[in-house]
Design a protein around this ligand. Structure first.
Ligand code: UN1
Length: 495
């Protein structure tokens, strides 16, 4: 019988009231069960929210530098445990060990950076229009936060939500994706060991409908922070709007790399391969469109196909593996369906296009790195998020046309351009309608000290990471101190 994992509520590890569990399976080897996790329900959510409510007054009254000190400890422990956290993560969700180490490193970076906010949380002091009066703004916690996190960055993305929420003085209930509960259990254990008081952070595992929705609808929850699919984001947004709750959403992308005729093609090829097939294409920032100038499109396509064929698929724990599996069988079916759609639309399949079933792949959800050429930008494979190792090459005639094609998308997360022309690079920065733009680099690999998020259908205007995250997890309070000893009237006493 595989190991049993519990929820974490009010500082205690405990089973769900449902009495039921679900299995966590290695996507590289379906015979390996990593453990059984609690199949929780509304009752567990209510208990977790009550714990968060009870812990809130004391936590928000804890000086922010002290909250930051606990979070520094979290960062130190993550650093100490980096290797075992990364190994668990590869077994749980498949991406290669170098990338899972990177995932944990992203959480370490974010946590050190944001713990320091405990000694900043900057507000403003501004002059008053009246004499003997002092004006300032301070950051207040929002209250109880529900964090609903995805499986593709199972520790980094939870850290983007939990750490700023906690440093700002909120209490939290987190629900990890059902494919990656182990990484979040590991993260919560680190927080417990670092000395986070009971009730400040609570973990409830289970499905979106049984756990995620009650966490969204609960009337004591003040803010829902979600990363995941656009469909689920839309459900969360309408529920929060109805109940006047705050929400921050980070959803899909259809990220593009423009390759101009003056680009360093070797560099561009590495960027496209890393962006399209890194994390098996399962990043919101993954490169899924290449907009290539007609003068180089043929050569670039050949180079990409040659390079894609060298990629070694298999178990991400093996040091020679380049590309791991997809997260589960339903994602593999979805990717395969998109490949059929691409073929039916008339795109030219130049490599891949099938599930990978060789000896290193036979027990897992593997899919061949897939490239389509001669794609028209209105085709579904060039418009919809596939979330797999599939990239569409779209020829273009000019820089201006390339920008139009990139921007003709309902999403706006990440974009990139390969060019040696500095003027064109700056024009790209100005005109590409995405939250992130890379020059001579791939669409993936954002650093935590900058805002992360996108325009249009990618989100709802918020940015995570950096100091931008504080705008999500704190509320402004404006403070006026009148030390005149008289009744002074702003605006009215104007002359
Ligand atoms: C995501 O795919 O949701 O920029 C996050 C990147 C990573 C984060 C990706 N640092 O690719």
């Amino acid at each position: 019988m595989s190991k049993l994992f519990n929820n974490y509520i009010n500082g205690k590890w405990k089973a769900s009231s449902s009495g039921e569990t679900f299995e966590n399976i290695n996507p590289a080897n379906h015979n390996e069960v990593l453990g059984r996790f609690q199949k929780s329900n509304k009752k567990d959510v209510n208990e977790a929210v009550s714990a968060a409510e009870e812990a809130l007054p004391k936590w928000r009254a804890t000086p922010a530098p002290k909250r930051g000190e606990i979070l520094f400890k979290v960062a130190e422990l993550l650093l100490q445990q980096k290797e075992s956290l990364a190994q668990d993560m590869t077994r749980e969700m498949g991406k290669v060990i170098g990338e899972t180490r990177g995932d944990v490193q992203e959480a370490i970076d974010l946590t050190y950076y944001t713990a320091g906010e405990g000694r900043r949380l900057l507000g403003e002091t501004v002059p008053s229009e009246l004499k003997n009066k002092f004006c300032m703004s301070v950051r207040m916690p929002v209250g109880i936060v529900s964090a609903i996190t995805p499986w593709n960055f199972p520790i980094a993305i939870p850290s983007w939500k939990l750490v700023p929420a906690l440093v700002c003085g909120n209490t939290v209930v987190i629900k990890p994706a059902t494919d990656t509960p182990l990484s979040v259990v590991n993260f919560v254990k680190v927080c417990e060991k670092a000395g986070l008081p009971p009730g400040v952070l609570n973990l409830v595992t289970g499905s979106g409908s049984e756990v995620g929705m009650p966490m969204t609808e609960h009337d004591k929850v003040n803010l829902v922070s979600f990363t995941g699919s656009t469909d689920t984001g839309a459900v969360i947004a309408s529920s929060c709007a109805k109940n006047m709750k705050q929400y921050s959403l980070e959803m899909g992308g259809k990220n593009a790399i423009i390759v101009m005729d003056d680009a360093d093609l070797d560099l561009a090829v590495e960027g496209v391969i890393f962006g399209a097939f890194g994390t098996t294409g399962q990043r919101c920032t993954a490169c899924s469109r290449v907009i290539a100038h007609k003068k180089i499109v043929k050569k670039l396509t050949e180079m990409l196909v040659t390079r894609a064929k060298t990629l070694k698929l298999g178990d991400g724990l093996k040091p020679k593996t380049d590309v791991g599996p997809l997260i589960n069988e339903s994602q593999r079916t979805k990717v395969d369906n998109y490949v059929q759609i691409g073929k039916n639309e008339g795109a030219k399949l130049v490599t891949g296009g099938n599930p990978a079933t060789g000896k290193d792949c036979k027990n897992g959800s593997f899919y061949q790195p897939t490239i389509f050429a001669d794609v028209a930008h209105k085709m579904r494979i060039a418009q919809e998020e596939i979330f797999g190792p599939v990239v569409a090459i779209i020829p273009c005639n000019s820089f201006e046309q390339a920008v139009k094609i990139v921007n003709d998308s309902k999403f706006g997360l990440s974009s990139a351009i390969y060019t040696r022309d500095v003027n064109r690079a700056f024009k790209a920065i100005e005109t590409l309608d995405t939250g992130i733009t890379y020059i001579n680099a791939s669409t993936i690999g954002a650093e935590i000290q900058l805002p992360f998020g996108g325009t249009k259908g990618t989100g709802n205007g918020h940015r995570e990471a950096g100091t931008a995250a504080l705008e999500i997890f704190s509320e402004w309070k404006s403070v006026y101190v009148d030390y005149s000893g008289t009744l002074q009237k702003a605006q009215i006493e104007h002359d």
